[in-house]
Design a protein around this ligand. Structure first.
Ligand code: TMP
Length: 260
């Protein structure tokens, strides 16, 4: 394998310099963290599945006109994306009360919200990604008002689309996290969707049974996280269930390749 310059290693991904200027390779790891990395573990095969799910979701979103950083999937664990300047804000979109919202405000998990709620957190691990207001975002210049308009309207469109996409496979989209980036073109920039969309950053419940099909299985020690991620991929048609595991999930082959 050719030597590549590593740009950044995060909790679930590694970023390498891409083949062309302005491109980056996102490598999806199996590492899983929760509670600001106080809890650490691995979810076997997660990187392979998240790479594939995120490719699928970003491609579908681009078809409805959402600009994204995704260019193409390169292999089982890597995708080529556009280099952006990440806006230091995590955008949380919620349809149903769960997680930190339930804990903070005492609203029972599973209670549908009167309307979709968008919240913002400041991306800063040392501070534990605190919840922030739009006034604070403007005050400290983390994003302009114009950028926040673009971000919030894209978040709503993405939520509408993903809620329908998951409902079609009997999954309820409870909440999810988005990240956006600035794509520079000379002195100008525009906001595009970046990072990933996968069961790592979404709450996905089976519509009939309420079973959790996302990273809460890991966060809450419920077990069965590998199977849950695979189930999401299978329902989205990304797993060739008739012909055994497809390239996407041929983990034994992948481990052999890595000499494990
Ligand atoms: P929360 O209930 O813990 O605030 O999470 C809301 C949603 O955002 C949930 O689907 C998980 C996702 N999320 C991340 O992807 N990364 C994070 O660091 C946090 C706090 C949440």
């Amino acid at each position: 394998m050719s030597r590549r310059r590593q740009i950044y290693e995060g909790k679930a991904k590694i970023l390498y310099e891409g083949p062309e200027p302005g491109t980056i390779i996102q490598y999806f790891k199996d590492d899983a963290t929760a509670f600001n990395a106080q809890k650490k573990g691995t979810i076997q095969g997660k990187g392979v599945i998240n790479n594939r799910i995120s490719e699928y979701v970003f491609t579908r979103l681009s078809h409805i006109g959402i600009p994204t950083h995704f260019i193409k999937r390169l292999n089982m664990r890597e995708q080529l994306v556009r280099q952006v300047e990440i806006v230091p804000i995590e955008v949380l979109v919620r349809n149903v009360a769960a997680g930190s919202l339930s804990k903070r405000l005492g609203i029972p998990e599973g209670e549908p919200l009167p309307h979709t709620l968008i919240q913002y957190c400041f991306k800063d691990d040392a501070l534990g990604d605190p919840l922030i207001s739009e006034e604070e975002i403007a005050c400290f210049g983390w994003a302009t008002n114009e950028e926040m308009q673009d971000i919030s309207s894209m978040a709503i469109r993405i939520n509408d689309f993903l809620s329908g996409m998951f409902a079609a496979v009997n999954i309820r989209l409870i909440d999810f996290k988005l990240e956006f980036g600035r794509l520079w073109d000379g002195d100008y920039n525009r906001i595009i969707l970046a990072d990933e969309i996968s069961p790592d950053g979404c709450r996905l419940w089976d519509m009939t049974t309420g079973e959790k099909l996302d990273k809460d299985r890991f966060r809450r020690d419920l077990g069965g996280e590998e199977e849950a991620y695979q189930e999401v991929a299978r329902r989205l048609g990304l797993l060739d269930s008739d012909n055994g595991p497809s390239e996407v999930l041929d983990l034994s082959a992948h481990r052999k390749l890595r000499g494990k």
